[in-house]
Design a protein around this ligand. Structure first.
Ligand code: PGA
Ligand code: MG
Length: 231
């Protein structure tokens, strides 16, 4: 592996467990549309392809059929209003996230976020989490015409920050992250604790599978430390 200079992170299911807030917003939307609430596990399995797909999957489960365009649009608006009010409340980080980001940042790695979550929600979440200063670039699922699993957002970040894909590493919890990274020619770490439609991330064959994000410190900093220690 080339020396990694740029680390691109997924957000939901990788840095923060956002299902509690997403579920609140989904359930407010369902209630407004006259449906009962969704279970937490169901919502976990619907996350990963952005807000339109989350809303669509919730409507299909509630209606037992595809929503029409008007239903979808109305539900998406209701979801956005509800999520806006809760997105950055009571954020839950996965273990080791804050320490890992801090150490990577301090060691001089360039960090970025590539999430499929609509961009408008992301800055408030990062600010509430105290993470805004770590990231040189943040892309949402609607920042470009394509979202993950398309490689376009990952390649866009490489271009903007002037770092080759071969010197960039993607970190994510879902097959979208793995597929996007592979198509971009980037190495990828799959985390086991997030949301992957209820499937094992190892099935997508990331270059590394980790159950704890602190594994990145070993992967990215250990050799450099050795060099430091031994002159
Ligand atoms: O909002 C989603 O569907 C998932 O977002 P992620 O790309 O940060 O996992
Ligand atoms: Mg994710």
């Amino acid at each position: 592996m080339d020396k990694i200079e740029l680390v691109q992170f997924d957000l939901d299911g990788t840095l923060i467990d956002s299902v509690p807030q997403l579920r609140l917003a989904v359930n407010r939307m369902l209630e407004q549309q006259g449906h009962g609430p969704a279970e937490e596990l169901a919502v976990r399995n619907w996350v990963g392809n952005g807000a339109d797909m989350l809303v669509r999957r919730a409507l299909i489960a509630a209606l037992g059929c595809e929503p029409d365009a008007a239903q979808q649009q109305q539900a998406r608006m209701a979801f956005d209003v509800a999520y806006e009010g809760v997105a950055e409340h009571e954020l839950v980080f996965y273990p080791g996230v804050l320490d890992t980001l801090k150490q990577l940042h301090q060691s001089g790695k360039t960090l970025a976020i590539v999430t499929n979550k609509p961009y408008r929600f992301v800055p408030a979440i990062l600010a509430a989490a105290g993470l805004s200063d770590y990231f040189s670039l943040v892309l949402g699922g609607d920042s470009l015409a394509q979202k993950k699993p398309d490689p376009a957002p990952l390649l866009h970040v490489c271009r903007e920050l002037n770092i080759e894909p071969a010197r960039s590493l993607m970190i994510g919890d879902s097959e979208n992250d793995v597929l996007a990274a592979k198509a971009a020619g980037m190495a990828v770490v799959g985390l086991t604790y997030g949301y992957n439609y209820g499937r094992d991330i190892a099935e997508s064959h990331p270059d590394w599978v980790m159950s704890d994000i602190r594994g990145l410190l070993d992967l990215l900093l250990k050799n450099e430390h050795r060099k430091d220690n031994h002159g």
